[in-house]
Ligand binder design. Sequence first.
Ligand code: ATP
Ligand code: LTN
Length: 351
Amino acid sequence: MTDSTPMPADDAAPPEPGARVLSGMQPSADSLHLGNYLGALVNWVRIQQQYDAFFFIPDLHAITVPQPPEELRQRVRRTAAQYIAAGIDPERSTLFVQSHVPEHAQLAWVLICSTGMGEAARMTQFKDKAAKQGADHAGVGLFTYPMLQAADILLYQPHGVPVGEDQKQHVELSRDLAQRFNHRYGETFRIPQPMIPEGAARIYDLQNPGAKMSKSAESPSGLLNLLDSDKQLAKKIKSAVTDDGTEIRFDRENKPGVSNLLAIYAELAGRSTDQLQADYQGRMYGHLKVDLAELAVARLGPVRDRALQLLEDPAELDALLAKGAAKARTVASETLKDVYSKLGFLPAAAA
Ligand code: ATP
Ligand code: LTN
């Protein structure tokens, strides 16, 4: 295997001018949350300044668990609106919906055919999700999810894939599948590198600070959603679980609740948890919560307002996504054509 040391995901210069990156987030909830924002979106917005960036909405991945159709339609638009409101510039980056580019499903099939059962069964996201649903009840879609993700990536020949640590194994699989194909059929795919932001904040659930903030959390009260009202944001922060004692100290092990609030504060304010700890010495949990609520409303309120404004004109949003899909298809179809030809598929005769 070639070296897969992650590429830097911060302000480092791209490996060559015009280097490409690609990433996506599932439209599996009505709103993205603060973990998605601080752990991924903020980084994407920075990255798009330097790279030829492709950001998409993996709706084919979302149906690996059942989705009510009308909700799915709304969630795809909502996700797109939040990408843009957070700062993804559809003029600069290519923004599209996965199902609008049929080459994703087509290449996925090819990659499924070159993946071993054991190799797929080792994917930890599949193991976790299958364990939750009971192995016999988990759908085959969940099993093939990483091969579809590999197709998403390899179609665009990206240098880097900006993702959280939890997705590293899937990027590794896409590298292995690319190398396998290249070895067998000749140079076809660029081998992508994971781009994992160094020191990216992991945001935890406000009610259950032992678990990461997640769209699939059981209760919404521990999630700070990008589309929450000011009142909801403030209420959730003020009722966040804190720890025994009164001291405001960054100590993940013994004070997970307070540490999570400090980490969120630090990310939103661009300060360090050490500085905040010094500022809050001798003060009460309540003070920290009031200040954090104010800061969260100031930072997230404008993102929400912009997203809601975009959602008022779904036709405009759809037009923007159609433009992105057309651009994405020009790249994806080139790769798929090459793959089909190398596999030995008979070219479809022109009508
Ligand atoms: P689900 O619950 O549906 O698995 P999720 O909320 O965990 O969803 P993903 O869609 O899996 O989020 O992740 C999208 C991106 O957001 C990924 O790059 C992931 O690393 C990042 N991310 C998700 N949750 C957090 C979190 N709590 N802290 C930091 N980053 C996060
Ligand atoms: N599995 C990813 C979403 C995803 C993705 C991709 C990320 C689907 N296809 C391609 C990067 C590149 C997740 O759950 N965050």
